[in-house]
Design a binder for this molecule. Structure first.
Ligand code: MTE
Ligand code: MO
Length: 437
């Protein structure tokens, strides 16, 4: 006889052993029982009476999933400048479908013919060179599953009142894909980079003329000239036909529609590394070059706007954790507002600089509860509480908000975002309180 784990709580307010679901055979009691005639219940559905739809050249999501979409927030003045959020609360697993990858454009999506596109590599190199897309496609490639996260992700967290936006429309300026392309170090070896080159200045071919500086050590370590995203060529909005991928580093450095790389001794001091994407600290000084995205986690279900429809009983708490420094080591979950914590199950594969899916069973007793998740990465970095983050950074910041997210569940099963268990002020319903500029 198989011995089942007892439903004994491992932390306050009903959190159960993370291995409970792994053993199988857990009855959640959500199925509808067959009352009366089993024959009638087994009757053929309508779909079996006629042949189905024909083949299609490119598949689309089911028509019933048409509300699983990105949430667009264009700048009020310049409609081609803005962002759109990934609906993280509607997705499962660790990979973001290409059509739902978040977007951040400073001046729209350029339409680029790959046959015309060139990458110029110049500056402190022995032999400046142009690479066509066809040239690049002939190099040995490498794939890496990693997240890309905007430095401005989750920045509604700096607001005084908690955002009421759904989890993805608040934290979804992050997505995770398998990126495939040519290691940038390969191309640099070909042009012969000079010893004196300490930075690479990357240029985008969009009307914003994005340019930004990347330290050479990162370039040599794991930078990819990406041509493919989840197996297919890049989507136009994510940089077609060529973009830079710097695993674990702030989104803005991952230059899309990449047209030039210039090796230099010093950073170029472009707008997006001086006036923007810098942190104003409580001292009044600004911090530059915050490249690495620190560890973060988020419970995606249950999360803000959801309802625990089944009433009291067994639920699965699940979410995502990621760190720009490497692998996620542990995710702890609390159901009593941080009084007690239990480790969640980390779903394989747990990859460096990638989304890690976590899960833990929870026996909800029907009384108000406060859910939190806390990520720890392999460097030992622990995701901070909001209080700690605000104390360290002040509130005048705009970027790099990675505090623990708190979801409050009331006696009706309604889930809302709060800053702490006691605080129940009315929130704002926007994802962000400042215009993109
Ligand atoms: N050329 C170019 N590259 C760019 C941008 C841009 O506006 N132009 N936006 C940057 C910012 S701020 C982010 S967060 C990421 C967003 O990548 P995505 O739209 O593929 O999610 O691209 C970066 N690369
Ligand atoms: Mo960004």
């Amino acid at each position: 006889m198989k011995k089942f784990l007892p439903l004994t709580p491992v932390a306050g307010n009903g959190l159960l052993d993370r291995r409970l679901f792994l053993q199988g055979g857990v009855a959640l009691g959500t199925a509808q029982l067959v009352a009366g005639n089993v024959q009638a219940a087994a009757a053929r559905p309508e779909s079996m009476s006629l042949p189905g739809e024909p083949f299609t050249p490119y598949g689309q999501p089911a028509q019933f999933e048409e509300d699983v979409v990105r949430y667009p927030a264009p700048n009020r003045v310049l409609r081609n400048n803005g962002a759109s959020w990934t609906p993280l609360h509607r997705l499962e697993g660790m990979i973001t479908p290409n059509g739902l990858h978040y977007e951040r454009h400073h001046n729209g999506v350029p339409q680029i013919d790959p046959a015309e596109h060139r990458l110029l590599v110049h500056g402190l190199v022995r032999q400046p060179a142009f690479f066509s897309i066809d040239n690049l496609l002939r190099y040995p490639m490498r794939s890496q599953i990693c997240f890309v996260e905007c430095g401005g992700n989750s920045n509604a967290g700096w607001n005084k009142t908690p955002s009421r936006a759904e989890a993805g429309y608040f934290h979804g300026l992050v997505s995770c894909s398998e990126w495939t392309g040519v290691p940038l170090s390969t191309v640099l070896a070909e042009v012969g980079i000079e010893e004196t080159a300490k930075w690479l200045i990357a240029d985008g071919a969009d009307a914003f003329a994005m340019n930004i500086s990347v330290p050479i050590e990162k370039v040599m370590d794991d930078a990819i000239l990406a041509l493919y995203q989840n197996g297919e060529r890049l989507r136009p909005e994510n940089g077609y036909p060529l973009r830079l991928i710097l695993p674990g580093w702030e989104g803005v450095l991952n230059v899309k529609w990449l047209r030039a790389l210039k090796a230099a001794e010093k950073p170029i001091m472009a707008r997006n590394e001086t006036a923007r994407y810098t942190e104003l600290l409580p001292s009044g000084k600004a911090r530059m070059f915050t490249f690495t995205m620190e560890a973060k986690s988020l419970i995606t279900s249950p999360s803000g706007g959801m309802v625990l429809k089944q009433g009291p009983g067994l639920y699965q708490v699940t979410g995502l954790a990621w760190s720009g420094r490497g692998r996620i080591k542990q995710v702890d979950v609390s159901a009593d507002g941080g009084e007690s914590w239990a480790p969640a199950e980390l779903q394989d594969p747990v990859l460096p600089k990638a989304f890690t899916r976590f899960r833990i069973p929870w026996q909800w007793d029907g009384s108000p509860a406060t859910l939190k998740s806390r990520a720890v990465d392999e460097t030992g970095y622990v995701q901070p509480e909001r209080e700690q983050l605000v104390a360290a950074q002040g509130r005048q910041g705009f970027y790099h908000y990675n505090a623990i997210v708190t979801w409050s569940v009331d006696e009706y099963g309604d889930v809302t975002h709060v800053y702490d268990a006691e605080q129940k002020q009315s929130g704002t319903d926007v994802s962000i309180d400042a215009d993109w500029d």
